[in-house]
Design a protein around this ligand. Structure first.
Ligand code: ZN
Length: 368
């Protein structure tokens, strides 16, 4: 009789599915997306804690990157008096590189539980990409905080309204300091998230995208480095190349053919794009034609795009979900497979590979 009851219990566990409490706490199956682009802190290094972010992620977001913003907005009394700017558009005072952000992110990560850490990929950002010593900062952070970081970025080269405000040498795509950073990332296995506008603000539709060829040359110089080009190179006023605001989507913009050309080039098979930021989503979900044009590229290259929010220090989940919700018309038209890849699987594939490589590099290169 007892044996019979025991068999029944075992059978029940096998059939009904034993729910691992960690998995219950970490409902990866039910979640909607992984987030490859998230800022815990803002331009004055303030924000929410990592623990609060896990709350905000809840059961909507399975895994996410974690980084701050490597630039500090200077509060210059001469410039704005008692008005304390919190964003780069709120003062003419400069921005400067803020390296402590990496120690702050590392300590936030260390404060998490084992289950929580499994959902988070911290990224190093506190380096100056135009400083030949910039790469040394990245190595120093890895040696100081082993077992934590998965990649570098988001860091910016050409960024509307920002690059011209940064003190010191203006970052460029042709600077050998940037090459040494991408080379090191490739050797270690650090995944790279780079922000660099593809064009100048308010570009004329017919004009050649000003930074495109420099960016392609840079990408081609680093075939061993996994590189995510944030926002597909777009911005608030850096619109898709050849974009016409008169009849958006009437015909696929040059941007679409530029992206297709990059993704079709075997020499650029290490390049991916994130579709993060509401300022990017606005171009994609403008109307049914822009949605169709974008969906066509996503269906053609489903393994090469990653969803991200680019949300900064969200006060609550509603705020955090705003970019994902903006893309609802896109999620509706994409095939389930492509949608699943862009929302979840591409993240897991790329970030799991990076985690493994970086841990291996640390084991080999960091003596106990
Ligand atoms: Zn960002």
């Amino acid at each position: 009789m007892q044996r019979h009851i025991l068999n029944l219990l075992v059978f029940w566990f096998c059939v009904a599915g034993y729910k691992d409490p960690a998995m219950a706490q970490n409902p990866r199956e039910e979640y909607l997306f992984n987030d490859c682009h998230f800022h815990l802190t803002n331009y004055i290094q303030e924000g929410i804690t990592a623990d609060q972010f896990l709350e905000v992620m809840g059961t909507k977001c399975g895994r996410s990157v974690l980084f701050g913003i490597p630039l500090q907005q200077d509060w210059s009394y001469q410039n704005s008096g008692n008005y304390a700017p919190t964003y780069y558009l709120q003062s003419d005072a400069p921005l400067y590189y803020y390296s402590f952000t990496d120690a702050y992110i590392a300590m936030q990560f260390k404060s998490l539980s084992k289950e929580q850490k499994a959902r988070i990929d911290p990224m190093i950002t506190g380096f100056n990409p135009s400083d030949m010593y910039g790469v040394k900062h990245i190595e120093r952070v890895l040696r100081t905080f082993p077992g934590i970081f998965t990649g570098i970025g988001e860091f910016s080269i050409h960024k509307e309204f920002v690059s011209s405000k940064v003190t010191g040498e203006t970052a460029s795509l042709t600077n050998p300091a940037l090459d040494s950073i991408l080379d090191f990332a490739g050797r270690v296995g650090l995944i790279v998230l780079i922000h660099s506008d593809i064009d100048m603000p308010f570009a004329k539709p017919a004009a050649e995208a000003v930074y495109l060829s420099q960016m392609k040359d840079l990408l081609k110089r680093h075939p061993r480095t996994t590189i995510i080009w944030a926002h597909m190179g777009l911005g608030r006023v850096v619109h898709p190349v050849g974009y016409s605001s008169i009849d958006p989507g009437e015909r696929p913009s040059n941007q679409v053919s530029i992206i297709e050309e990059i993704l079709s080039d075997p020499a650029l098979s290490h390049v991916y794009f994130d579709i993060s930021w509401d300022e990017v989503a606005k171009y994609i979900v403008t109307n049914s034609k822009t949605i169709q044009n974008s969906a066509a590229v996503f269906e053609k290259f489903p393994d090469r795009f990653l969803f991200g929010t680019d949300v900064v220090a969200p006060p609550d989940q509603k705020f955090y979900m705003s970019v994902y919700d903006m893309y609802a018309p896109l999620w509706k038209v994409l095939s389930p497979t492509t949608s699943e890849k862009i929302r979840k699987q591409n993240y897991i594939r790329l970030f799991d590979a990076a985690r493994e490589k970086v841990r291996t590099w640390e084991r080999v290169n960091i003596s106990k």
